[in-house]
Every structure is written in C-alpha cells, then in structure tokens.
Design a protein around this ligand. Structure first.
Ligand code: SAM
Length: 285
C-alpha cells in the first residue's frame, strides 16, 4: 500500500493560525518536505513537531520529487509545507503533487492560510469571480505587457508583490488600468503591522508614497475588474462632449483622463472620433 502525501498549509504570519489537524498530520507523517528547512525548523519546534525534515525547493524539486514518490510508493507518508501559507500557491510543490498523483499516490490537502484568500475576504472587492495572477514579471517591459493584457479583464484581479516592486507595479497599474480603477492593498496580513487600504489606483499610489513604512513587508494587490466597455465609453463621451466645447482636443483628452480615470490615449482617440463625427454631421445638407 502506498503512503499518503499531505499538502499542509502553515501560517502566513501569525503562528496561532495553524490548524489542529495540520499539527496532527505534521506530527504523524514519516517525513516533512519543506521549502526551506532553516525557516520551517523553528516553526515546527514551536508546535512541538519532531518529524524529520527534508528540503524541497524550486531548484531541486524535479529530482527530489522522484525520490519522494518512491518513498510514498514504499508506504511512507509525507507532508509537504512551504515557508508560508498554502504550498503550490506561488510556492514549490507542483512537480511533487503531479508526480505523486501520476503514480497513483493519494494526495490529501490540509487546508489553511493563504494570503490570496485572506486578502480577498477582507478587501471589499467582488469575490464571486476573481483571477489570481501571482507575481508579475520583474522586468518593467514584461510587467507592463502582462498588465496591458489584463486591462479589459472583468473579474477581480489579485497579485502578489514584494516591498521593492510595490510602488513600480502600482504605478504601472495606474497607467494601464486607469487612475480611477478601484483597488486595495493588503499588507502584512495577520502580522503586527497589518493594513488593508482601499481606494482608486491613484489614491493608493499616493497613500503608498506618503510614508516609506507603508512600502515595507509583504503585499497582496487587488484590483476591481474592468467595467463593461459600453459603460466606460458612455461616461467618456459625456465628459469629452462638455470639455471639447471649451478647450483644444489634446487638453480635453488629458482632463477627461483625470476626471474619468480612463486611459489618456484611448480618450484622445475617442475625442478624435467625436470631432470627426461632429464635422461630418455639420457637412450634412
Ligand atoms: N504560499 C503563500 C500563500 O499561500 O499565500 C504565498 C507564498 S509567495 C512566495 C509570498 C507572497 O505571498 C508575498 O510576496 C506576498 O505577496 C504574499 N504574502 C505572503 N504572506 C503575506 C502576508 N502576511 N501579507 C500579505 N501578503 C503576503
């Protein structure tokens, strides 16, 4: 009989957030495969768990997975944990879980904390449909390309972000999603300096820049899905219609972008179209 692979969630900050079942399973298995044994050892000691540990990080996962599946097939039980939260959620473990299931080993989740779900549950943005994007690419061009591809996504968007990229990512989101898009930043969840700040992308960037302490720690960024295109266009046409009567096209587009939070380039194009429509209407006999 094969053993079982348990995928065990651990806290994302507050050590009291471990489940009773997680401690039970971690104590009972033959081996714990951990993302970083140096990180997990003190945590497990805190819970009185004395099970042997083995490293399973990104760089050795493929080779280790094979050896771990052999042990599972031989009847041993193994628990997989990561440094924080739920394994496989922007964390190692996918290769092991896939290999174990392919080999017919039973894989049992032991659910618990994840920054993604904790942030969604308290951010006040729609949760009925959402898209988890994990970490954005670190290179600015690739990050902007990814965000541009998400600009029309109607579901709530959820990103993980680190302290050194949070300001740049929010600035790119403001540009590509529009300054007026509602969003939230969840920082240091379940820890001493937990904060969940809501606002438009413009307001959140101002909030972040107002105090360097707000850029410290771990972040989840949540962005409201794009409003239906027709709704956006109606609003843009209404605002541009007023402004174009008072000022040149370029200035009207820039001001409309500030008023509606929509993208300047798109509003400039729309203003051009509206001016052309107005001119051809004027030509009619
Ligand atoms: N597996 C984890 C989970 O289930 O949430 C995520 C691991 S991923 C390597 C680490 C990222 O998760 C951080 O950079 C941050 O974006 C997010 N994160 C983890 N803990 C957090 C916390 N306490 N508060 C806010 N974000 C957190």
């Amino acid at each position: 009989m094969s053993g079982t692979l348990y995928v065990v969630a651990t806290p994302i900050g507050n050590r009291a957030d471990i489940s009773a079942r997680a401690i039970e399973v971690l104590s009972a298995v033959d081996l714990i495969a951990a993302e970083d044994t140096r990180h997990s050892r003190p945590l497990l000691k805190h819970y009185g768990v004395r099970t042997p540990l083995q490293a399973l990080h990104e760089h050795n996962e493929r080779q280790q997975a094979e050896a771990l599946v052999a042990r599972l097939k031989a009847g041993e039980s193994i628990a997989l944990i990561s440094d924080a939260g739920t394994p496989l959620i922007s964390d190692p473990g996918f290769n092991l879980v896939r290999a174990a299931r392919a080999a017919g080993v039973t894989v049992v989740p032991v659910p618990g904390p994840s920054a993604l779900i904790a942030a969604l549950s308290a951010a006040g943005l729609p949760t009925d449909r959402f898209v988890f994007e994990g970490f954005l690419p670190s290179r600015p061009a690739a990050r902007r390309e990814r965000l541009a591809a998400l600009a029309e996504e109607p579901r709530t968007l959820v990103f993980y972000e680190s302290s050194h990229r949070i300001a740049d990512s929010l600035a790119d989101m403001r540009e590509l999603f529009g300054a007026g898009r509602p969003a939230a930043v969840a920082r240091e969840l379940s820890k001493a300096f937990e904060e969940i700040q809501s606002g438009t992308l413009e307001e959140l960037l101002d909030w972040l820049q107002a105090d360097p302490n707000r850029r410290r720690g771990e972040f989840v960024v949540l962005v409201h899905g794009a409003p239906p295109a027709a709704e956006d266009e109606d609003e843009a046409r209404r605002v541009l219609g007023v402004l174009l009567e008072e000022m040149p096209l370029k200035k009207a587009a820039a001001l409309a972008a500030r008023l509606t939070g929509q993208r300047k380039n798109r509003l400039y194009q729309l203003a051009l179209e509206m001016t052309a429509e107005g001119a051809s209407e004027g030509e009619r006999p």
